[in-house]
Design a protein. Structure first.
Length: 267
């Protein structure tokens, strides 16, 4: 296991199988009914894929099928049906026993190229230290949210004192690990699963959502202390919502984009 990971991913004698023991620190939900945060499952799958294939992730998409609860162990089985000179196409099935929890499909690889440009620009936002810190709406605890620092640059997130709702449905968050973990492909995958947290801001009510899926596309990961998350809720209908996120470094570099659909929950 890499000590820089947010979760305790463990190798086995089989290079295509990895283990993810669950503790409350990678879970969310009511204290008496915790479950693995979807972004942790996706991030663990990306870590397993990158280590198995020996290549960085280009994109990954997760379908969340069921819940895994502590102290269970999630098995991650890596399949690589196609691998070429520059890229591999692969997938991960995460399961607890015979119960499938998530499936992740991905492409991995890299090619030498002189071109490095971005057309999506980071929004204007106050520095993290000038933004209000947001507590999660469930309050304190020793779950995943206690390990991630969130500061609100625009909109309403978490507790009632964290910002004011934005009429355009946009939410700007600065996010980092409280433990000083590096911002890499796996941490960005965890952060990308914060899109449902923007539903309450967009609807201007106490609301959130459960992720059905998530897709992340990596552009360029650079050293940064904070991630600026530009979250947009595109719309809600029929009890479901859809949203997207652009993830920027502090210097404005676009590191990744993400999108997902979710079950709308009004509390």
């Amino acid at each position: 296991m890499s000590p820089s990971l947010f979760f305790n991913l463990q190798a086995t004698h089989n290079p295509h199988r990895w283990l993810l023991p669950l503790s409350p620190t990678v879970c969310v939900g009511p204290p008496d009914n915790l479950f693995m945060f979807g972004g942790v499952g996706m991030a663990a799958a990306i870590a397993a894929l990158e280590r198995t294939c020996g290549r960085p992730a280009i994109w990954a998409t997760a379908q969340y099928l069921s819940y895994a609860r502590p102290p269970s162990i999630v098995d991650l089985d890596v399949w690589v049906p196609a691998s070429g000179k520059y890229n591999s196409q692969a997938r991960v099935i995460g399961h607890v026993g015979d119960k499938e929890i998530f499936t992740v499909n991905a492409a991995l690889g890299a090619r030498e190229s002189e071109h490095s440009t971005q057309w999506v620009q980071a929004p204007s936002a106050p520095a993290p230290e000038d933004c209000v810190e947001a507590d999660h709406w469930r309050g304190g605890g020793d779950d995943l949210h206690s390990r991630i620092e969130v500061r609100v640059a625009k909109g309403r997130y978490g507790g009632a004192t964290a910002g004011t709702p934005a009429d355009d449905g946009r939410l700007l968050l600065w996010i980092r690990s409280r433990e000083g973990l590096p911002i890499d492909s796996t941490f960005l995958a965890i952060v990308a699963d914060f899109v449902p947290g923007a539903l309450g801001n967009a609807l201007q009510m106490n609301a959130g959502g459960n992720s059905l899926d998530n897709t992340i596309r990596y552009r360029r990961i650079v050293p940064t202390d904070w991630v600026l998350c530009d979250i947009a809720i595109d719309g809600v209908h029929g009890g479901f919502g859809h949203g997207s996120m652009a993830l920027f470094a502090q210097d404005g570099q676009l590191m990744a984009t993400a999108s997902q659909s979710m079950i709308l929950r009004v509390f």
